[in-house]
Ligand binder design. Structure first.
Ligand SMILES: *Cc1c(COP(=O)(O)O)cnc(C)c1O
Length: 360
């Protein structure tokens, strides 16, 4: 068996320990004689799996009792519609557009009401986070929406926007569980898990209870109502059962590692190795304003498309895979999520140094 260093933005690297455990339990999960994939989601064994997953997540993130945790399907993108359908009571919401995922959410919301773009960093290809301390937020906006870590462009909100008392909704797909968060500052925190937590298809939604109501937009399908899933404790229909089981294992791994403050330290240490090199390199350059740099997604360029392509190819041959930047921006991007070991980043930087010498 040979494993590569996988710098994919998502689906992405998972902890080896978790994959091994899942492999061990593949044929016979804890004496049940079957795989979790083959198990009824109404069984006792599965009930324990999903309840423990929720309890461990609550523990990790310190989620207050007045928030529900939902394990849903449809990925992060389904939330682009579910949020306005459930939350737009006044049919108005404020969107901060800091990249493609925020833009997609904003465009989707326009299908359901008056989505207002209150800030954007499109003028400089989303290479920074705009000042959100005093935005012109409509009085009757039902919520303010952000994408907290911009996977494609590599920026991160280091400070939450001043919502002027409005509910904050945040897409944390690519920074989920990478550092501690104060859940009480948000109305909704949600993330597709395939970036930092588990297999694609599962989306975790953490939502304050008072936002879960029957008063949703007319025509909202049953499956897209938060209340249906909250009342059924994420078992209204068959959930993405195997995916939730793997997420549960990652939650336990994170607890064992020491929790989210330890992850933050590790992630800062890893990101610093790469950013310090980019700052001193004569060949490679980071593309993001320094103060807004993400700890998870690190885009960089040489300034020469051919050299970029040569780097991506030679890196892959050397076992550093998926370093090609998003198709919309080009260049390179190293995603260094929780499960990427420090050693992977150190070795990548050593490879980049060698490439720089050879191509000077
Ligand atoms: C990947 C990503 C999405 C889309 O996730 P899907 O599960 O494919 O719908 C949305 N937002 C962010 C920030 C992402 O990184």
């Amino acid at each position: 068996m040979s494993r590569v260093y996988n710098f994919s933005a998502g689906p992405a690297v998972l902890p080896e320990e978790v994959l091994r455990e899942a492999a061990d339990e593949m044929m016979d999960y804890k004496g049940t004689g079957m795989s979790v994939m083959e198990m009824s989601h109404r069984s006792k064994a599965y009930d324990t799996i999903i309840k423990e997953a929720e309890a461990d997540l609550r523990d990790l993130m310190n989620i207050p009792d007045n928030y529900k945790v939902l394990f849903l399907q449809g990925g992060a993108s389904q939330q682009f519609a579910m949020i306005p359908m459930n939350l737009m009571k006044n049919k108005k919401a404020a969107y901060i557009v800091t990249g493609q995922w925020a833009k997609k959410a904003y465009q989707e919301a326009k299908l359901y009401g008056d989505a207002v773009e209150v800030a954007s960093s499109a003028d400089k290809t989303f290479s920074y986070i705009p000042d959100c301390s005093d935005l012109d937020i409509p009085e009757d906006a039902d919520y303010v929406y952000i994408c907290e870590n911009n996977t494609i462009y590599g920026t991160k909100f280091k400070e939450l926007p001043n919502t002027k008392g409005h509910t904050l909704v945040s897409d944390v797909s690519s920074c989920f569980l990478s550092e501690p968060v104060d859940v009480t500052k948000y109305g909704v925190i949600y993330g597709g898990v395939q970036k930092n937590v588990g297999p694609a298809g599962v989306v975790v939604v953490i939502i304050r209870e008072d936002l879960i109501t029957e008063d949703v937009l007319e025509g909202t399908p049953t499956m897209l109502r938060y209340k249906i899933h909250a009342d059924a404790e994420s078992l209204y229909n068959t959930p993405p059962a195997y995916g939730i089981y793997i997420c549960g294992k990652v939650f336990k791994w994170l607890k064992k590692m020491g929790g989210l403050s330890v992850m933050k330290e590790r992630n800062e240490e890893k990101a610093k190795i790469l950013y310090d090199f980019l700052d001193e390199s004569k060949l490679f350059k980071g593309t993001v304003v320094a103060k807004d740099r993400s700890l998870m997604n690190v885009p960089f360029v040489t300034g020469n498309d051919e050299l970029d392509a040569k780097f991506v190819k030679e890196a892959a041959d050397a076992g550093f895979v998926n370093l090609k930047g998003h198709r919309s921006v080009g260049g390179m991007r190293a995603s260094i999520y929780n499960a990427m070991p420090k050693e992977g980043v150190e070795k990548l930087v050593a490879f980049m140094k060698k490439f720089e010498e050879e191509n000077a």
